[in-house]
Design a protein. Structure first.
Length: 522
């Protein structure tokens, strides 16, 4: 059956655009979908004629229709940000595993709750306009790393919801731990690492057997300083033999990664990846921040970017998460000028690529000291075309005849958005991913007006809150300094303002009375 999707504005890919193929804007656009693919694209009266011949018309009114967004660090978690993005360094280690806990870790959640947690995360991705995701979740609440069975459940859930996923269980040989004296290290367990990697390879076979076009198996080692050279080399071998994509977390930490690798005698992150045979066009490097151009590394170009570009490595840039954790990509323009493919990721809650783009654009302006260097077009391309390149899927990330019918539309008619000028600029400056009003994957409508077929959002919210509270309550048992300092949720996670102990407030303040400034801020 043919379906025409109509919107007041659309960003489409024109192979004959002056200056080379790329995005252009259409007004009063119509996209004809047949058999899960885009058959034709038109605007104005040609769009009217195209829609008139369709069996069904979905009219989205005053909306911005775009290629479905691609999130290569798609969070399928709950607590990642609320609990760990506001600690000062002296307290941060208290959220890591203690060395004692690492010797006998446990699963905090039951299999049923782990399944619900991932369903919660996948639903959030859809609600924020993500149509393709390479999910990520924290291992801190698990017994070691993700498992084959957990990811098989995720694959089935994602397929039922209709989102396109590139999936694999994470694996590691070690885990960052904290000691009671405040020092840090890595607890190694090679046997667990080998078992986790075997699970990951078995998952590739399982996905192949599923034959689901919405699910692709990938290899996703954890942070490379926690993965042995032997397992990284096996990752490279399997990737080469089977043509499997890999996402690796590297160049995202100074002492916690680069320092650890140096102290262990393993060398610089790119050298570690190169020795393992991983510096290829099948690799997506999550974050890619601490390269030689970064001022906290060398502050000059010594060849890292050219090395990545020559190998065809992609980077999953996560600007919103970077800002929240106080680190940044040293000028996206340098990466692009060097020929490095940039994709985007969310990596923290909410999984909102619109906010991520806005954060990246404003940072680029500040870094260049030039309002004209915000790189808005480049960021939008990274969220679509860049992700498609990283995934080796030229049929994704674009609205064009022959492409997969993966579409998302953002509302432009909400008064809170303000006046509409350029639709992309308006959305990024005044909107968020919550303005997504429509999503389609492979020709199937998976979200319309904030509703997802078969999902009770109110119940999911209640269950998500219950799981979050369980995860939060488990932190004190892992705190390395609990024996010295005591540990409780209230002490680990103090409120922004202290809780009131009074049943009611006293009478009104005297006229013109205001609370005094705290010491040091007068």
């Amino acid at each position: 059956m043919s379906v025409a999707v109509r919107a007041s504005h659309a960003v489409v890919c024109d192979a004959q655009r002056p200056g080379g193929p790329g995005f252009v804007e259409m007004r009063d656009a119509a996209v004809l979908v047949v058999g899960g693919r885009i058959a034709a694209v038109a605007q104005g009266t040609a769009g009217d004629a195209l829609a008139a011949g369709a069996a069904e018309v979905i009219d989205l009114g005053e909306s911005l229709l775009m290629p479905g967004l691609i999130d290569l660090e798609g969070l399928v978690d709950i607590d990642h940000l609320l609990l760990d993005s506001w600690w000062s360094p002296e307290h941060e280690a208290r959220l890591e595993w203690s060395a004692e806990y690492a010797r006998s870790p446990r699963e905090v959640l039951s299999p049923e709750d782990r399944s619900l947690l991932r369903r919660y995360g996948l639903v959030q991705l859809i609600l924020h306009g993500i149509t393709t995701a390479m999910p990520i979740s924290t291992e801190i609440h698990g017994a070691w790393a993700e498992t084959h069975d957990d990811l098989l459940d995720t694959a089935r859930t994602a397929s039922a919801l209709g989102i396109r996923t590139f999936l694999g269980p994470s694996y590691r040989s070690g885990v960052h731990v904290a000691h009671a004296d405040g020092s840090a290290g890595i607890h190694w367990d090679e046997a667990r690492g080998e078992a986790a990697f075997a699970d990951a390879v078995r998952f590739l076979d399982t996905v192949d057997a599923l034959g689901d076009p919405l699910v692709t198996g990938v290899l996703v080692p954890c942070r490379i300083e926690t993965v042995s050279d032997a397992i990284l080399a096996e990752t490279g071998r399997i990737s080469a033999e089977r043509g499997v994509l890999v996402r690796a977390h590297a160049t995202q930490g100074l002492d916690s990664e680069i320092g650890v690798l140096a102290r262990d005698g393993r060398g610089a992150p790119l050298d570690v990846l190169d020795r393992a045979g991983l510096l290829t066009d099948r690799l997506t490097l999550a974050h890619g921040v601490y390269l030689d151009v970064h001022p906290e590394v060398h502050g000059e170009d010594r060849g890292d970017l050219a090395r990545l570009a020559a190998a065809g490595v992609s980077i999953a840039h996560c600007p919103l998460t970077n800002a929240r954790y106080a680190f940044w990509l040293e000028r996206l323009s340098q990466y692009l000028d060097a020929g490095v493919n940039i994709a985007l990721g969310t990596d923290s809650f909410p999984p909102d690529l619109v906010r991520a783009i806005d954060t990246g654009v404003q940072l680029a302006k500040a870094q260049h000291g030039d309002l004209g260097r915000g790189l808005l077009a480049e960021y939008v391309e990274a969220a679509t075309l860049g992700g498609a390149r990283a995934l080796h899927r030229p049929d994704l990330g674009r609205i064009a005849p022959g492409a997969a019918a993966d579409l998302v539309a953002f509302a432009l008619d909400d008064v809170r958005l303000g006046a509409v000028d350029d639709p992309i600029r308006t959305l990024v400056l005044a909107g968020t991913g919550r303005d997504a009003r429509f999503s389609m994957v492979a020709g199937r409508v998976i979200m319309r007006d904030g509703a997802i077929p078969g999902v009770d959002l109110a119940e999911l919210r209640r269950e998500g809150q219950r799981i979050f509270e369980r995860l939060r309550a488990a932190y004190p048992e892992r705190d390395a300094r609990a024996a010295l300092l005591g540990s409780s949720e209230a002490e680990l996670f103090p409120a922004v303002f202290p809780p009131s102990s009074s049943p009611s407030l006293p009478g009104p303040l005297p006229p013109a009375s205001t609370p005094p400034l705290p010491p040091g801020r007068r």
